[in-house]
Write a protein that binds this ligand. Structure first.
Ligand SMILES: CC(C)(COP(=O)(O)OP(=O)(O)OC[C@H]1O[C@@H](n2cnc3c(N)ncnc32)[C@H](O)[C@@H]1OP(=O)(O)O)[C@@H](O)C(=O)NCCC(=O)NCCS
Length: 258
């Protein structure tokens, strides 16, 4: 890490009063853009705001170095990451600028969102003005953790094996997703609708839905309406998963780009 920092980029550390490092980030510059490549916080100190402070430090540092935008990618089913990266309270709030399905060559089902923090904040400001409470839920979670077919506007087409997005969507839509995708993976529960386990169902559903709607995505077809993800509302409550029911969940908020 020190060698990488000396040669290529920048390492920020978060230290406790005793001098122990609780978290770090690694970022590098390419021209006008800085890439946040890695960020990690020691498990005993997660959810204390340490990573959020590392994002702030990265923004301050790279802005002072004269770059125009900080960017990074993350797995859309990782709620803690989504919450962290899409927090409203940064000096330069982020927004999703692309969705990349099957991001890693040879590895299926590893999808990524790309977040941008432009240091000229005009675009996020404009987006916040457009933000309205979503009128429709494109993917909704059921009590069992599957995609809830009754409440979800997207429908599963068993002949194509794809989730279809209706064309008459309102200007803002919600996409719910499970609080803890790895918990789903451990349970390997099978969904009645698709015959696949619940984690695979979510991976397929978000691939089809975000692939069709989110700007910067190769899968988006000509004439498709383009949306951008402006926020992630984390589940509010003490027990998102009680061992039996999933209840409410995290949700992304998308607004149409005009
Ligand atoms: C992602 C990671 C860096 C976050 O670090 P952190 O210091 O815990 O982050 P913060 O405390 O600043 O913010 C996390 C937020 O997510 C929330 N959160 C945690 N788990 C969540 C979940 N499953 N769904 C939604 N929100 C969640 C926390 O409540 C917190 O929000 P709040 O500040 O509004 O209360 C840390 O979890 C980590 O190191 N994970 C493993 C490595 C990793 O995934 N790195 C990123 C990809 S390289």
């Amino acid at each position: 890490m020190f060698i990488a920092a000396a040669n290529l980029g920048n390492v920020h550390g978060a230290f406790g009063p005793d001098g122990n490092m609780f978290g770090f980030s690694y970022s590098m510059r390419r021209g006008e853009i800085a890439y946040l490549h890695m960020i990690g916080v020691y498990p005993d100190h997660q959810n204390e705001g340490i990573a959020a402070n590392l994002i702030r430090e990265n923004q301050t540092y790279w802005e002072s170095e004269g770059v125009s935008t900080l960017t990074l990618t993350f797995d859309p089913l990782e709620g803690a990451n989504a919450n962290l990266y899409l927090k409203d309270e940064y000096d330069h709030p982020g927004w999703i600028r692309g969705f990349y399905p099957d991001y890693y060559p040879g590895e299926e089902d590893a999808h990524r969102f790309r977040v941008e923090y432009p240091f000229d904040s005009s675009r996020p400001e404009r987006l916040r003005e457009q933000y309205t409470d979503p009128e429709a839920t494109l993917l909704a979670i059921s009590d069992e953790g599957t995609v809830a077919s009754g409440r979800s506007l997207a429908t599963y087409d068993s002949s194509s094996g794809r989730w279809e997005v209706p064309s008459d969507l309102p200007g803002s839509v919600a996409v719910e997703f499970p609080w803890n995708a790895s918990e789903l993976s451990e349970r390997r529960q099978v969904s009645d609708d698709t015959g696949s386990d619940v984690e695979s169902q979510w991976l397929d559903a978000i691939k089809d839905v975000f692939g069709r709607l989110v700007s910067g995505t190769e899968d988006a077809r000509d004439g498709d309406r383009r949306y951008t993800v402006v926020d992630m509302d984390p589940y509010e409550g003490s027990a998102p998963y009680d061992g039996e029911n999933w209840g409410a969940a995290n949700r992304y908020v998308l607004v149409e780009q005009t």
